[in-house]
Design a protein around this ligand. Structure first.
Ligand SMILES: Cc1cc2nc3c(=O)[nH]c(=O)nc-3n(C[C@H](O)[C@H](O)[C@H](O)COP(=O)(O)OP(=O)(O)OC[C@H]3O[C@@H](n4cnc5c(N)ncnc54)[C@H](O)[C@@H]3O)c2cc1C
Length: 458
């Protein structure tokens, strides 16, 4: 239970924007992952950086945990207040503060979602391309160092953040980075806070890089006789310099689930979904060259999405794959794995993972951002079946060991939260202890999102 004095000071600061009872606590204890519901003691809705700063200073004085909350779509228990305390929901700090068309930049508050941002940018001809599938908040995306379907062309969220305003664990407000495209001025604090999952500071403002909206887009889906042929197509396409904006893989189980749940008629084979951005001529030429490469590896059943409507339907289906897969096993919950390896090792990593899924008698359709070497198995687990959960944990451990052995990472994009914390020493060795030292230096009392990413007692 939170300290009563802390609660009354927070209540004096925020009035009715501090919630201490009811459904709001429950909804901020739920999550997209398999972790149990964990309501916080209070939910705060600040409207300004000044309020965030004062809120954190109050919590620091009383040793009260502070957990930042964007859209709550993270998958490893990141935003759950396992130690109680205040969840700081940035929903009311969701404005575009400044668009700088000449510099192709925008300054935003953290609570704006990527879809809302792109809707506001539509008339400018600019866009923020990072797309983690879910309609995440920009602050949450920075928190998890998100990436997704368009990373192969536009990079991760880290590549598209120039500057931050951050509230530190004692309430001080700092700025990192600037509007300049590059800087050699000292440590890269922007890079430090991006991906720190709310454990080092609360981001209250972000300066983002924007990109031009493409004049033309072409997209397609095609099937392959096996996964290796699909990966070879991706490698050959990258090596021939064809600029893909998206290239996504789904396995034959996902194709089967789409057919059963979404009424499609895909051959029950591995598929690639691709998209090209450019002028009318260049997008058509890139698509033609990709088609030649894919056919040389045995691709069949090309389906070009030529209208905006067809394209939207294609990507809606890909983005909805997680929920469609979960719906295919009624009453189940999802555990999503997320390893990323050098692309030359991807076919091997997927083949071994499929063998593990079969051996452990799990249901785990596979899909991923194949252009980055990143894939997910969506493990469909019966609720209240500890034995199946234990087998799923065996699988995730084996996957992590495989990722590291193949020169990759235990999480390509979802982040650490609590779910992947136990895998950190495997990937980082001594470097994980260095991360703990950074945490202790910036948050000596451990109030910011305690229990996530690092082990402070080490
Ligand atoms: C169907 C589905 C598909 C997904 N696909 C992808 C994918 O392709 N790629 C990908 O990267 N992720 C994916 N995710 C995971 C998720 O969408 C991302 O992790 C996303 O970045 C989380 O954003 P959020 O706003 O929901 O953050 P939250 O879940 O609210 O928070 C995430 C973390 O960031 C911290 N945080 C939030 N706001 C701030 C702030 N202002 N300052 C500091 N820390 C903050 C939180 O404390 C927490 O640790 C998917 C999730 C789902 C449900």
């Amino acid at each position: 239970m939170m300290d009563a004095t802390a609660l009354s000071e927070l209540s004096a600061l925020l009035g009715s924007r501090l919630i201490t009872a009811g459904g709001d606590l429950r909804s901020h204890g739920q999550n997209e992952s398999w972790f149990p519901e964990t309501p916080p003691d209070a939910v705060a809705y600040p409207e300004t950086t000044e309020e965030v700063s004062r809120l954190v200073a109050i919590c620091a004085r009383h040793g009260c945990p502070v957990v930042a909350w964007g859209a709550g779509t993270s998958l490893e228990g990141h935003a759950l207040a396992f130690d109680g305390g205040v969840v700081v929901d940035f929903a009311r700090m969701n404005r575009v503060l400044e668009v700088r068309p000449g510099d192709m930049q925008v300054v935003v508050q953290p609570g704006i979602t990527r879809e809302a941002l792109n809707a506001e940018l539509r008339a400018t001809g600019l866009m923020f391309p990072v797309d983690p599938g879910a309609n995440a908040s920009i602050g949450g995306m920075a928190g998890t160092r998100a990436s997704g379907t368009t990373t192969v062309r536009y990079g991760t969220v880290r590549d598209n953040i120039l500057a931050l305003e951050v509230v530190l664990a004692d309430g001080r407000v700092i700025r990192t980075g600037s509007g300049a495209r590059k800087s050699a001025a000292g440590y890269d604090l922007t890079g430090l806070f991006v991906g720190s999952e709310g454990t080092l500071g609360l981001i209250t403002e972000l300066t983002l890089r924007l990109h031009g909206q493409p004049e033309a887009i072409s997209a397609a889906v095609c099937a392959f006789p096996d996964f290796a042929a699909a990966v070879d197509t991706v490698i050959a396409t990258i090596q021939s310099g064809i600029p893909m904006a998206r290239i996504e893989f789904v396995d034959e189980t996902v194709a089967r689930i789409f057919n059963a749940q979404a009424g499609t008629a895909f051959p029950e084979l591995p598929h690639l979904m691709v998209e090209f951005h450019g002028s009318d001529a260049s997008a058509a030429e890139d698509a033609r060259r990709f088609g030649e490469v894919a056919e040389s590896f045995g691709a069949l059943g090309f389906d070009w999405a030529s209208t905006t409507e067809d394209r939207n339907r294609l990507w809606r289906m890909r983005h909805g794959a997680y929920r469609t897969c979960i719906a295919s096993r009624p009453g189940c919950m999802g555990m999503v794995t997320d390893i990323c390896v050098p692309i030359s090792r991807l076919a091997e990593a997927v083949a071994e993972t499929r063998a593990d899924i079969a051996e452990l008698e799990l249901v785990g359709p596979i899909l991923g951002h194949v252009g980055d070497g990143n894939f997910h198995a969506i493990l469909l687990l019966e609720r209240d079946n500890p034995e199946e959960l234990a087998r799923a944990k065996t699988l995730t451990r084996r996957l992590a060991e495989r990722a590291v052995r193949l020169g990759g990472t235990v999480t390509g994009e979802h982040g650490v939260g609590v779910g992947k914390k136990g895998l950190m020493p495997l990937e980082h060795g001594e470097a994980w202890e260095v991360m703990a030292r950074i945490k202790r230096a910036l948050d000596p009392d451990g109030i910011l999102n305690p229990g996530k990413v690092v082990e402070v007692s080490q």
